[in-house]
Design a protein around this ligand. Sequence first.
Ligand SMILES: Cc1ncc(C[n+]2csc(CCOP(=O)(O)OP(=O)(O)O)c2C)c(N)n1
Ligand SMILES: CC(=O)[C@@H](O)[C@H](O)COP(=O)(O)O
Ligand SMILES: [Mg+2]
Length: 626
Amino acid sequence: MNLLENINDPADVRKLARTQLTPLAHEVRNYLLDSVSKTGGHLSSNLGTVELTVALHYVFNTPHDRIVWDVGHQTYTHKILTGRRNQMHTLRQLDGISGFPRRVESEYDTFGTAHSSTSISAALGMAQAAKIKGEHRHAIAVIGDGSMTAGMAFEALNNAGVQDDVNLLVILNDNDMSISPPVGALNRYLARLMSGQFYAAAKNVGKQVLPGPVLELAKRFEEHAKGMVVPATMFEEFGFNYIGPIDGHDLESLIPTLENIKKLKGPQFLHVVTKKGQGYKLAEAEPVLYHGTPKFNPAEGIKPAPAGKITYTEVFGNWLCDMAKADKRLVGITPAMREGSGMVRFEQEYPDRYFDVGIAEQHSVTFGAGLACEGLKPVVAIYSTFLQRGYDQLIHDVALQNLDVTFALDRAGLVGADGATHAGNYDLAFMRCIPNMVVMAASDENECRQMLTTGYHYEGPAAIRYPRGAGIGAAIEPALNSIEIGKGEIKRKGEKIAILAFGSMVAPSVAAGAQLGATVANMRFVKPLDVELVKQLAAEHDYFVTVEEGCIMGGAGSAVAEALAAEGIIKPVLMLGLPDKFIDHGDPAKLLASVGLDAGGIAASIKARFLDADGNGEPRLVVNNG
Ligand SMILES: Cc1ncc(C[n+]2csc(CCOP(=O)(O)OP(=O)(O)O)c2C)c(N)n1
Ligand SMILES: CC(=O)[C@@H](O)[C@H](O)COP(=O)(O)O
Ligand SMILES: [Mg+2]
């Protein structure tokens, strides 16, 4: 029987007999594999949470009860069961549904996410709000073992554990994996919790239909009787009622356990054990490879991509190994993004100088600051979007003390399928206002390598930003060459119009400049800006255009406008960049075109602003008088 076909929302799940839930989960898993193999997406985590999602919607009265998913990359079953099955083929594509929960997408998506470790705080807020408003509802945070390593999760546990009378359930989905194997003392602790007699005793908790606390007490009595002292779990010390660990793929355990927990008052903590990639052998064997997948044939699995242009991530990874060879003081730091940041080879070659600090961006920055205090040369590899988490640390711990930390900022600009949550749109604006910082934007692969070397040798905080994906095919010099700090370069000479381009926007600007006969400069540095070049261009041109793949407000174009103002130069400036709105997921090239940041769009904007309609006439200034 096809159960899934008749599920339009969770109320339909709740109408099923308990015996039908395992077959339903089986159908969902097949559907998921088929669907993700056609769209790409976060496969392993979703295969691992099928039963948990079915159980949650079966036991709790969603959307009245609030499920808050952490990261939200594991919510495909949730989407399938909450009326979005027929949109799964549009997942992560332009105008399609998001790969993460979004409040605007469904009333079942109670909280928008994609950056990790927010779920406990948000669910606690909802639970407290229910209390204040006198509403009876449950708030449930579902958080993975990787996401549990972040400071924010502990801040929330710390606060929740003393709010005795809130209906909060935290479910730890422990699959013993982050994107890569998990790291840190918490991971060791969870492994101990599972490997000990606890697990064996607790495995059947659901079948026995014992409320968690009763079972826990029973276990402790049993152990005590044997002369063993079983300490309270860390979560109990935080004020939670700890239940588990239980098998997160066994609906016969999950459902009665959740039903029992539903009756309990105060902060509850359920520890479920799942397997990343469950049910698809290839993903079970290689959960890292199947964490985020391209399209693939499920019968064959993911095949290595045909050799193409080198990615910026690879440029960074190669540079890191080369520089580590040249300088023993180099240490590499990643907050849980080893693969994404291109550090796999570095870890293999320099295991003692490699630090995966877990999902802990704030710590990664200050840890780098501490290393720098002692004369080491830390390189913090971090996605632009995740550095947002470490902003105070960047200012207060690194820049204020002018410490020598190099930031390799991957995924700068629009990132594509992950969408607005992961877009690296703000780094130029938020870094250029920080004293002591050197901020560079790479326009090609070779320049990226040179900028990394430049930033590394600069004895203070320096950031090099580069986009997701492949470069433009520039030849890369093997030498570790620097460039002069604060110096841009002219890419093509033209007349009347000067296009001042930054980073990834240099190549399309050169193409636009060729169409218009304009001068194009690769500015290279957002800070310090090449003011001499700005003055020279101002002396030789009538109109200025700035182009960047970052927010216009406060970004590189603003730096140019400020420099003109400071020099007392009055010049019409057209600032092109990312507009003051969040840009959804979709193909990156199409997204850039949609905001006018491809060659055609740049040329069209310049024509519309400064040239006659046909673009051939004399430049003129269009006055926007409404
Ligand atoms: C603040 C933040 N840092 C890093 C990431 C990238 N990231 C997404 S999923 C993930 C692993 C999360 O592990 P876990 O919570 O255990 O979930 P699992 O992937 O095992 O299902 C990471 C590091 C993120 N989304 N947010
Ligand atoms: C959910 C999450 O934060 C990561 O899995 C992210 O999707 C990775 O993005 P990249 O594919 O750009 O590494
Ligand atoms: Mg995990």
